[in-house]
Design a protein around this ligand. Structure first.
Ligand SMILES: C[S@@+](CC[C@H](N)C(=O)[O-])C[C@H]1O[C@@H](n2cnc3c(N)ncnc32)[C@H](O)[C@@H]1O
Length: 280
């Protein structure tokens, strides 16, 4: 089942001044072209996503495990930016009889869900859809960082929860990819990695009493060459970045400057992933 839905978050104020309105139009245009680029990237990679998204799969399993150990009430459970459904599937497997609504902005990703799954095509930049009941669980894994102003979005998601509702989140945060940034500095080329939100900026928007669990996972991937660490990022559709791309010579300089740890012939890329569980 599959429905296109409009959002409830993006209403303009009656008192908007002409200057602010102009700024909003400019921001919306920028955010629309960025969103198009991001969703196009994921759409093109949809069919190979599951076989390559090893890190995302293991983090989704971990988040679902944490949810299973928490007293989350039954009701409307939603996976925001579900992709092919790694998190929604992991949640449903641990909670028989509790369906998870799968929301994504990419129709190609949603086509890959099982027939019985309920999906909705939604651009999360337009806010969350109107539902007849407030959600008891809003879950999201590896999606928030693709949305402009993630800390504001997270606060809005939290405010949409029903009383006693929960929010379960994973998101890569600042501090990720120290090896990539170091190599770029040594090679004197721009670091074109996507900028991730600061964990503390995300959390400070939320009431302190809401935080039930908070940890930054440091997850390292290893390969015999930096290209084999970076290629999978674009192969799963996550290669979009506002930074201009490097020319081949700059890529070669970057790879030569990649730090070599003590293990011979192995290079590393480390993700910092915030895992957060909130209760309304
Ligand atoms: C890295 S994938 C994560 C998918 C899944 N949550 C997982 O853990 O495997 C990011 C997902 O966010 C979706 N996405 C990005 N921007 C979006 C937007 N503005 N609205 C809705 N979905 C969006 C993409 O289509 C993609 O499926």
């Amino acid at each position: 089942m599959h429905a296109a839905t409009s959002g409830r978050g993006a209403r303009s104020s009656d008192h908007t001044t002409a200057a602010t309105a102009g700024h909003q139009v400019a921001c919306r245009r920028m955010s629309t072209s960025w969103t198009d680029q991001v969703l196009r990237g994921f759409g093109q990679a949809a069919t190979r996503y599951e076989s390559l998204a090893v890190l995302q799969r293991s983090v989704a399993q971990r988040l679902a495990g944490l949810c299973a150990r928490s007293p989350i009430p039954q009701g409307l459970w939603v996976d925001l930016g579900s992709g092919t459904g790694l998190l929604a599937d992991a949640l449903e497997a641990r909670h028989p009889g509790q369906p998870v609504l799968r929301i994504d902005g990419s129709a190609e990703m949603l086509k890959l869900h099982p027939k019985k799954a309920v999906t909705a095509l939604v651009d999360l930049n337009n806010g969350l859809p109107e539902w007849s009941a407030d959600p008891m669980l809003l879950a999201s894994s590896f999606t928030l960082h693709w949305l402009p102003a993630p800390h504001e979005v997270l606060r809005r998601w939290f405010d949409c929860l029903g009383p006693d509702g929960w929010l379960a989140l994973t998101v890569p945060v600042a501090g990720s990819f120290p090896q990539w940034r170091m190599a770029a500095e040594i090679a004197q080329v721009p670091c074109t990695a996507l900028r991730f939100p600061e964990a503390h900026a995300l959390i400070q928007e939320l009431p302190a009493t809401a935080v039930q669990h908070q940890v930054i996972l440091k997850l390292s991937q290893r390969a015999d060459h930096p290209i084999r660490l970076l290629k999978p990022i674009s192969a799963i559709g996550a290669g979009s970045t506002p930074a201009p791309s490097l020319n081949p010579a700059a890529w070669r300089r970057l790879c030569r400057a990649w730090p070599k740890p003590s293990e011979k012939d192995t290079v590393t890329l480390t993700w910092h992933v915030l895992l957060l569980l909130l209760k309304r």
